[in-house]
Design a protein around this ligand. Sequence first.
Ligand SMILES: Cc1ncc(COP(=O)(O)O)c(C=O)c1O
Length: 383
Amino acid sequence: MTTPSDRGIHLSTIGAQWDSLRVPAAGVHLDSAAAGRSSRAVIDTITEHLHAEAAHGGYVAAAARADDLAATHAAVATLIGHDHGDVALVGSAQAAIRELLRHWRRPLSIWVCPTEYGPNVADFAHHGHTVTTLPVADEFGHVDVAATEAMLLKRPPDVLHICHIGSRTGIVQPAAELVALARAAGVVTVVDAAQALVQIDSRTGADIVYGTSRKWAAGPRGVGFLSVRRSPAAPPLVADLPAPAELESAEAAVAARLGFGVALRQILDLGPVSVHAGLSAIGGHLRTQVSAVDGWTVVEPSDEPSATTTLRPATDADIDVWHVRAHLLRNGFVTTCAESWRSPLQPAETVLRISPHLDVTVGDLDAFVDALQRAHPANAAPA
Ligand SMILES: Cc1ncc(COP(=O)(O)O)c(C=O)c1O
């Protein structure tokens, strides 16, 4: 139980530091899975570079920051366990997967997790690839690793595409284990790290990793990355891909790329292990708090190692998630109403997605629980 003196307390040792790097939020931001809150240094880097472009010319200004742009590539590489020369910066995670698929011209068999991101499934189908959903081990949608191993021995696919954390819930797939098995079977591995980068350890050993700046890294919008590791024995699907410089768009928001680099530098300075532990602790605390709220059930196991927490309305609760999301927003709490299109391979449902970052306090989450309780139809004020 929390006491008044606990309320301003952060849930991790680095929470206060993360908070001090940012401007105050207008309300309580519980929506990092949509877009995180950039730090002052990220915002300053972007604005200073825009000024430099106007003062010196865009190309001269970019050339002057060549080392810092290289540092952005290097920081991405460190967080995903690739080499800095593997990384291409693109416009978004979706731009990354589309760039990849553009180069894979023959129809492929692709295995995916049940929590796969909907637009990825649509893109695979659009390119004529055959998608197979891996079997689940439990009611949460975690992939059954042993069953996948048996399938790999029987008839391996061309590609294993792992959405490490999906867009609808905070369920974490066992990506490193799956990658190891697929690699042993000679299967190309791709990880969608859009929700995983910074939220959890994204060094899975995959051949190809892509993601975005704006979510858990709290970098600016409009930047993503596609990284291809060409080990000496890479299969043709990997080895034949263009070099990173050709995967990147020559025209880009250079200021945003620099801002992404600063956001990642701050995470590396705080220590990725501490960041992951802090976010996981926040997820555990939040799930315990919200499990007491009438009318909802928590989708994730309480010890799932992620911060993203989702709530499913009880079947008899008469709760409209869009209305609840709007009620919360009016009261200063930013969340997402996450619909089925985000995870179309799972049973259809709409959930409330809550995704706090390290700056959240015990008091913020207590206040959120109160607001959620008040949003229940049974507690609504009479009109
Ligand atoms: C799991 C996952 N993959 C891919 C994407 C696409 O990212 P972007 O909007 O940067 O294209 C998202 C966006 O929410 C996502 O959650």
